[in-house]
Design a protein around this ligand. Structure first.
Ligand code: C5P
Length: 220
């Protein structure tokens, strides 16, 4: 099933850390011609800038940083260190910071006809009217093994038990915060990547729902 040039289609993909949502959302975006945005990367970039500059007025500082931000540029920075991961989930609790990033994400979505954003609150807060919502879950051990394998490429000294502990703590923080917690939006399709055997199976499952929704919205 293909989207036509003028077809509008919005996808939200949420889920816990290392649940495979970025991989899934990215592949689906490429397959169906959607503009892809990782909101986690935006939060990580905010953390990176705050850690670097230690500004007095964080909100004013971040507003300026996100004003004309070139998203492609931030995809080139290494924002996946454990220090940034932890600090990101701490600053992500703050409503004023979330509001700055919310504006960036909404502007991104309104600029493009076909779009997919992944994160924690996309289906619930950022794009509540999305055509299709995915909610990724994954058993902690499998998610930790996946993240460990990725991080090991850059840091040979990394320990599995630390990666697992950090993921667990971050998920707890994201689920239990007051502002925009990680939550399944009603109607979201669950993708359990602890159960799908490989990436091909995950994409097949996601494609099935994509095709169904496109057919429902645009026919043939
Ligand atoms: O998705 P990723 O693991 O890169 O996100 C890093 C952190 O950014 C999350 O643990 C969460 O605290 C925060 N985040 C968020 N809302 C989003 C995306 C990410 O609070 N929409």
């Amino acid at each position: 099933m293909k989207l036509k040039k003028n077809n509008k289609f919005v996808v939200a993909a949420d889920g816990s850390a290392a649940s495979g949502k970025t991989t899934g959302a990215r592949i689906i975006s490429k397959k169906y011609g959607l503009k892809f945005l990782s909101s986690g990367l935006l939060y990580r970039f905010a953390s990176y800038q705050l850690l670097r500059a230690k500004p007095k007025n964080k909100i004013k500082f971040l507003k300026l940083k996100f004003k004309n931000l070139d998203y492609n540029k931030i995809t080139k920075i290494n924002l996946h260190t454990s220090k940034i991961s932890e600090h990101t989930s701490i600053i992500a609790k703050q409503k004023k910071i979330r509001n700055i990033l919310k504006k960036f994400q909404r502007d991104f979505a309104s600029k493009h006809k076909r779009v997919c954003i992944e994160g924690r609150d996309i289906g619930t807060v950022i794009l509540p009217k999305a055509d299709l919502k995915f909610f990724f879950i994954c058993n902690l051990d499998i998610a930790a093994k996946r993240r460990f394998k990725e991080l090991k490429k850059k840091n040979k000294l990394i320990k599995f038990k630390n990666v697992k502990k950090e993921l667990k703590n971050r998920n707890l923080r994201d689920i239990s915060r007051k502002n925009s917690p990680l939550l399944k939006s009603p109607g979201a399709v669950i993708v359990d990547t602890g159960k799908t055997k490989n990436i091909t199976m995950m994409v097949k499952l996601m494609s099935k729902f994509m095709d169904r929704k496109i057919l429902e919205k645009y026919g043939s």
